[in-house]
Design a binder for this molecule. Sequence first.
Ligand code: FAD
Length: 62
Amino acid sequence: MGKLYAGRLIRRVVDGCLQMFGGTGYINENIVTRHYRDTRLLSIGGGADEVMGDVLSKIEGF
Ligand SMILES: Cc1cc2nc3c(=O)[nH]c(=O)nc-3n(C[C@H](O)[C@H](O)[C@H](O)COP(=O)(O)OP(=O)(O)OC[C@H]3O[C@@H](n4cnc5c(N)ncnc54)[C@H](O)[C@@H]3O)c2cc1C
């Protein structure tokens, strides 16, 4: 649950940062673009979000 939540939250946060930087955030290679790419791994690595959802759905009473 923590991994799924953190992955989704950080994507929202970094997306907001990139939006604030406007075209500079999108085009130039800088700390924002670096985080934009790197934080995607949290929702893919060690089991994608969809797989985490599968695992959670099998927990009784969840
Ligand atoms: C930089 C990096 C470092 C890594 N380091 C390690 C490491 O140290 N040790 C290690 O063991 N592995 C490591 N991995 C592998 C990582 O754990 C896998 O990439 C991850 O588990 C996803 O598997 P996959 O890439 O085969 O994607 P796939 O399993 O092919 O999934 C691709 C996409 O298909 C969808 N999908 C997949 N399964 C389901 C499902 N059941 N239901 C619905 N949708 C689904 C999701 O959208 C998913 O993002 C690393 C990967 C990267 C990119």
